[in-house]
Design a protein around this ligand. Structure first.
Ligand SMILES: Cc1ncc(COP(=O)(O)O)c(C=O)c1O
Length: 484
């Protein structure tokens, strides 16, 4: 069940009235006091609501006069969001990205911040045995260049695999890549030029933000809601007032929230994208890690026009050290292939042959079946622990697949102190601020459950929860409101 912000009770009404032109540009909004008494809210909730509306560019404040409907035109409203771009270069953002990867020594087992299977959940025997077979069978042929778009048999095998999920892939439109991040970079290069605007999810996984920043692109963040996922209405408005060159979306088990878009929402997104001829770059890296009965469909499976580019890799399902991903380019093959070529001629032959052999056998499917079950069990165990250990007004969203839990601590929590404490005690969460160029998620954090949960990891969580409670208690004492 979705937990919403208290202020939504009035911000949704104001948003609706602005959109339907019931409230007009420059018109004064009710005062904080009026809203407080009308909706029975605290001053801070009302203020948070007004800040939220300001952040969306819908209203403006005037010192000592109150709040007014924004007078800037809608095009400008959208542009305001792209002005968030300089924040990409903020040192905190860069530092936090490092926190998620560079700090991991190869020998260190993964923990709550690394979104990749921990050592014990990687099917090591299966992979290493298959690798030895490949070396024996292929020998010195593995030392040559392979085709820059990848081994044909592997492209065919991936197409067969995806056909089982309702996706019609043409192996000639498929490119083998060095992981999913490279696939994303190629897709973006194929359809954008520096300075273009792309739409991304909010919250958005930092690797996507980094790729976008690295290519000199601007972004507009599209909210992902707990109930319906990617906000297609918002996206439509953004497309209406901006030239959006691509939309990057993770419809299945969005990272970090774990949300899946419904088939209707996927079709709706595709229809908006088709209307504006905006290429859809679909990240399906978590699609195979479903907890339910069947794999959710990809947006690509509804597309027969070639506007959707879909990518994935085996980093999340097998092992991140197997540098092998793929990109189905749809109608953007030619530019994609050129972009692929300069990123390293060809993907390592041994990984290509390894994945081909694994996909042809039954070992990979068997591994996926048990991995999914294990992840589902871990999600439940971790959610129960989080809900037990953390302050009662915290929120932890139950994912439908993948392996991350998106959590939020009560607004009174001093998050700097919380993260400093966690850092000192080696409790490695990923702070919410790394998932956006706004401050929208400062009280959120991502907890990954891709490693085995042990008594030790639960003790770490309990310790973090205790600290969060303590910080809240301190805050309560400080302002004497007893509010938190
Ligand atoms: C959305 C997304 N894309 C790409 C990656 C990286 O994947 P790969 O190791 O295949 O490059 C990750 C994980 O870190 C991810 O979550």
């Amino acid at each position: 069940m979705m937990r919403s912000y208290k202020y939504e009770i009035f911000t949704s009404v104001i948003e609706e009235q602005i959109r339907n032109r019931i409230l007009l540009k420059g018109e004064r909004l009710p005062s904080v006091r009026e809203i407080k008494s009308r909706y029975q809210l605290s001053t801070s909730s009302v203020q948070s609501g007004f800040e939220y509306l300001m952040m969306k560019g819908l209203i403006e404040s005037s010192p000592r006069s109150g709040y007014f409907v924004s007078t800037i035109d809608e095009n400008h409203i959208s542009q305001v969001r792209t002005d968030l771009m300089p924040v990409v270069r903020d040192a905190v953002f860069a530092k936090n990205v490092m926190l998620t990867s560079a700090r991991n020594k190869p020998s260190e087992s993964s923990s709550f911040h690394t979104a990749a299977p921990g050592d014990l959940l990687i099917p090591q025997k299966l992979i290493l045995r298959t690798m030895q077979e490949v070396i024996r069978e292929k020998g010195a042929a593995l030392l040559r260049y392979y085709p820059s778009n990848g081994l044909y048999e592997l492209r065919k095998q991936i197409s067969i695999q995806m056909a089982g999920h309702g996706c019609v892939f043409n192996p000639d439109e498929l490119i083998i890549t060095d992981g999913a991040l490279q696939a994303l970079t190629i897709a973006l290069r194929a359809v954008t030029d520096p300075g273009d605007i792309v739409a991304v999810e909010s919250p958005c996984v930092f690797s996507v933000l980094e790729a976008v920043a690295n290519l000199g692109l601007k972004i507009i963040e599209i909210p992902v809601h707990y109930e319906n996922g990617f906000d297609t209405d918002y996206f439509r408005e953004v497309c209406n007032s901006n030239t959006i060159k691509a939309v990057v979306v993770t419809p299945n088990f969005h990272n970090p929230t774990g949300i899946v878009m419904s088939d209707d929402a996927k079709k709706e997104l595709l229809s908006v994208a088709s209307l504006y001829q905006t290429p859809v770059i679909e990240n399906d890296i978590y699609g195979d890690l479903y907890f339910g009965n069947k794999r959710p469909r990809s947006i690509k499976s509804f597309d027969d026009s070639g506007l959707v580019m879909t990518y994935s890799s085996f980093s999340k399902t097998l092992a991140p050290g197997i540098r092998l991903g793929w990109l189905h380019t749809g109608r953007f093959y030619a530019r994609s292939e050129r972009a692929r070529f300069v990123l390293g001629r060809s993907v390592s032959p041994i990984y290509q042959e390894l994945m081909l052999k694994l996909l042809q056998g039954i070992g990979y499917e068997r591994h996926l079946r048990s991995f999914r079950k294990q992840l589902n069990r871990q999600a439940i165990e971790l959610l129960n622990a989080l809900r037990d250990y953390f302050p009662k007004d915290s929120y932890f969203h139950s994912p439908e697949g993948g392996y991350s839990i998106w959590g939020k601590l009560p607004e009174g929590t001093d998050m700097k102190k919380f993260f400093d404490y966690c850092d000192k005690n080696r409790i490695l969460f990923t702070p919410g601020n790394t998932f956006s160029l706004t401050d929208e998620y400062s009280h959120h954090f991502r907890i990954v459950f891709a490693d085995r949960i042990t008594a030790e990891s639960l003790a770490l969580l309990e310790n973090a929860g205790k600290k969060a409670k303590e910080l809240l208690e301190e805050r309560k004492q400080e302002d004497g409101s007893g509010k938190y």
